[in-house]
Design a protein around this ligand. Structure first.
Ligand SMILES: Nc1nc2c(ncn2[C@@H]2O[C@H](COP(=O)(O)OP(=O)(O)O)[C@@H](O)[C@H]2O)c(=O)[nH]1
Ligand SMILES: [Mg+2]
Length: 321
């Protein structure tokens, strides 16, 4: 019995050490990506987090892409790399591909092998249908996997009614509530201008919110098995697993591609057989007939698919994270 207890204690110690080591590993360096419309306060939040004016403020409504995009600083005992992604979510859907190279380029360069957290920035303001549209757009961009790493951060916290917590404020709006739930209800509020100094309330003080935010990120990273986010392409999955995880449209297209290959081959085989041995073709006409109908059917499917693709290109939304 005594030995049993010893073994149990040994196991617990081992588990504790492993957990500790896991935490240490990602505490070593956390990579955070800031996302949101121009003017929402990304650069300001970056500065609030790292504690000095590193990121330049944007002037005017045009998205600014100049200036350094990442800074590394020790904050509350963690080494943080904060990456600013200017101009994301400002643009119309037609520019999605530009944004895509923009964000993936930046996160790849500064965030290898991947970020630990996406901070999706929104303002505390009245939500008009236009803002709701932006939220819908954000949800379109983010895969479920990326949402597991996402925390919503509200800026302009001074607009938050007195004594109200940000969660309660956000839940009043359907689109925000939906977004919040998809992000595991992770959300924080800052006011990059007004909450710089400790006030009467801890809640309305940026430094406290930074601490809370970093804890939230830690918890999310832990829940995600201590790993950072990597896009599906980087994951070590078999071709079959990838195919199974692909959108249905892709699966159908791939299937039709294989069909097209088979139909061409059967067409060719029949033509060769006709040349080499017309009698054999005559004898097997019923079978060849069945094959030919099947081919025609597949061709029709393929035509349908091509039309579908034109339709798809018209609306070029895609999940990019
Ligand atoms: N009152 C207030 N102003 C803010 C806040 N965050 C940013 N700003 C201001 O909003 C403007 C745009 O901020 P910036 O950080 O450059 O936005 P970015 O384009 O998302 O990087 C600047 O004039 C900031 O001073 C905030 O929380 N409260
Ligand atoms: Mg900026």
């Amino acid at each position: 019995q005594h030995r049993g207890r010893e073994q149990q204690r040994g196991r617990e110690q081992q588990r504790g050490r492993e957990q500790h080591r896991g935490r240490e590993q990602h505490r070593g360096r956390e990579r955070i990506v800031l996302l949101g419309k121009t003017g929402v306060g990304k650069s300001s939040l970056g500065n609030t987090i790292i504690g000095w004016k590193a990121f330049p403020k944007s002037h005017g409504p045009n998205s600014d892409t100049s200036g350094r995009v990442s800074f590394t600083e020790t904050v509350h005992g963690r080494e943080l790399t904060v990456v600013d992604c200017p101009g994301f979510f400002d643009t119309d859907p037609n520019k999605v591909s530009n944004d895509r190279t923009n964000i993936l380029g930046r996160t790849d360069l500064n965030c290898a092998p991947g970020p630990h957290a996406f901070l999706l920035l929104l303002k505390v303001e009245r939500y008009t249908p236009l803002e709701q549209k932006v939220i819908e757009l954000m949800l379109k961009y983010f895969s479920d996997e990326a949402l597991k790493y996402t925390t919503i951060v509200f800026t302009h916290g001074a607009n938050l009614p007195k004594k109200m917590k940000i969660e309660d404020w956000a839940r009043q709006n359907d689109a925000l509530r939906d977004l919040l739930e998809k992000c595991g209800n992770r959300c924080h509020v800052f006011d990059n201008k007004m909450w710089r100094n400790q006030g009467q309330e801890d809640y309305r003080y940026n430094d406290r919110q930074v601490q809370g935010l970093l804890d939230t990120i830690d918890r999310a990273v832990e829940a995600n098995g201590g790993t950072c986010f990597t896009s599906d392409l980087l994951k070590n999955t078999t071709l079959w697993e990838r195919f199974r995880g692909a959108p249905v449209g892709f699966q159908i297209a791939a299937f039709l591609g294989i069909c097209e290959f088979v139909t061409t081959t059967v067409d060719m085989a029949t033509a060769i057989a006709k040349m080499q041995n017309p009698e054999w073709v005559q004898d097997n006409l019923p079978y060849i007939g069945v094959l030919t109908s099947a081919i025609q059917y597949l061709r029709m499917l393929n035509r349908l698919y091509k039309e579908l693709r034109v339709e798809q290109n018209r609306d070029r939304f895609c999940t990019i994270l």
